[in-house]
Design a protein around this ligand. Structure first.
Ligand SMILES: Nc1ncnc2c1ncn2[C@@H]1O[C@H](COP(=O)(O)OP(=O)(O)O)[C@@H](O)[C@H]1O
Ligand SMILES: [Mg+2]
Length: 379
């Protein structure tokens, strides 16, 4: 087992001037499950392939433990990779597929059989060992691909979107299995996905990439609570964080009829940049509904403060009822523009389409970003 270090690792593909991965700096601890996430083309696979030795590194270094592996061939790195398409050999049985790498490495038959049987037990594949891949379900094939990696007892597992060929339901159960298996085996794992929910539910830490540049590497909790910039704020979380550009006023920012107090240092930092606005982020679950109008009569739901209708008037366009709660997709007039907003509401008090809600961001749950640079200003 070992740590993994990307030390300003850079990859520029031949014929391109812009790096596909640009100065990637991450230290992954021994036994950690690190997820690389970001939109398509952001450099996730390239990063993983550099670690695997399948892609040249044009700048910086990569280390596994204290070994510099930057220019080592893949076979000398002690890693095992699980690909998106599994790449199973169709003419070989499950057992032979799982043991193939050991056979190539010259391990004796009895030992291969023992390791394959152990892995099969862990993965619930024992009764399928004699079958060919075509006689397996998608989920079982995925587990064979995992098994092939496990029998090698590598120092590091690399997985590139290993669940993307499974249907939605199986993807959810398999992600739990992989995460718990990884914790049990304790093998350092770098896992690539474009799915932020997968990233947040599986990773000890999550690294967000955009255009080949690392945006933030953090625990799922911190990533959600303190996104480092506007990109991460919009990318992590579903439905996404509401982001509105609002003018800076004395003591806060103007949000409809209310001035929402925000961190003074944040506002000062914005003013120092010459910005007259900041971009305020509020997650859908962090709006309080202070007044709920429309229908036959309007009623006040909460807030016994006498200053209603405070806050921001949101016209309800679409309501998504999920049972426990609901999401209101509405629009509001902010800073002279119509802006789409998402507000989470109590499942038992879901407004109707066409109604109007007044909402205020919950104190202490706002995020402030510099409009000009996108960087987080609030702490
Ligand atoms: N073999 C290649 N040759 C040239 N450009 C490539 C190659 N592979 C990937 N790229 C480019 O590098 C960037 C990152 O690709 P990739 O790492 O595959 O992204 P991701 O896995 O995040 O979708 C993309 O712009 C892609 O077009
Ligand atoms: Mg990819």
């Amino acid at each position: 087992m070992a740590s993994v270090t990307f030390d300003k690792a850079t990859r520029v593909y031949p014929g391109s001037t812009k790096p596909a991965v640009d100065g990637l700096d991450i230290e992954i601890e021994d036994g950690e499950f690190l997820v690389l996430v970001g939109p398509s083309g952001c450099g996730k696979s390239t990063s993983l392939r550099m670690l695997a030795g399948l892609e040249d590194v044009n700048g910086g270094a990569i280390r596994i433990g204290d070994r510099d592996v930057t220019h080592l061939p893949p076979k000398d790195r002690d890693i095992a990779m699980v690909f998106q398409n599994y790449a199973l050999y169709p003419h070989m049985s499950v057992a032979d597929n799982m043991g193939f790498a050991l056979k190539i490495a010259g391990v004796n038959k009895a030992e291969i059989r023992q390791k394959v049987e152990e892995a099969a037990k862990i993965l619930d594949l024992t009764e399928y060992l004699d079958r060919k891949p075509k006689a397996l379900s998608g989920g079982q094939r995925q587990r064979v691909a995992m098994g092939r990696a496990i029998v090698r007892e590598p120092q590091v597992f690399l997985m590139d979107e290993p669940l993307s060929n499974l249907d939605a339901k199986l993807r959810v159960s398999t992600r739990t299995q992989i995460a718990s298996l990884q914790r049990r085996l304790g093998i350092t794992t770098v896992y690539v996905t474009h799915d932020q929910v997968e990233a947040m539910t599986m990773g000890d830490r999550v690294a967000v990439l955009k255009d080949g540049l690392l945006q933030q590497v953090d625990s799922p909790r911190n990533m959600y609570d303190k996104p480092a910039n506007l990109f991460v704020a919009g990318f992590i979380g579903s439905p996404a964080m509401n982001l509105v550009e609002v003018p800076i006023t004395d003591g806060g920012v103007k949000f409809g009829n209310s001035v929402v107090p925000v961190n003074r240092d944040a506002l000062k930092a914005a003013a120092d940049k010459g910005d007259t606005t900041v971009t305020v982020g509020v997650r859908p679950e962090h709006f309080d509904v202070v007044e709920h109008g429309g229908g036959e009569a309007s009623k006040t739901l909460s807030k016994d403060s006498g200053d209603a209708p405070a806050g921001l008037a949101v016209s309800v366009n679409v309501v998504e009822e999920l049972g426990a709660d609901g999401y209101v997709y509405g629009s509001a007039r902010v800073g002279g523009e119509d802006k789409d907003l998402v507000v989470r509401v109590n499942g038992r008090q879901v407004p109707e389409k066409g109604a109007q809600l007044h909402v205020v961001p919950r104190p202490g749950e706002t995020h402030v970003f510099a409009t000009s640079t996108g960087e987080r200003l609030s702490d």
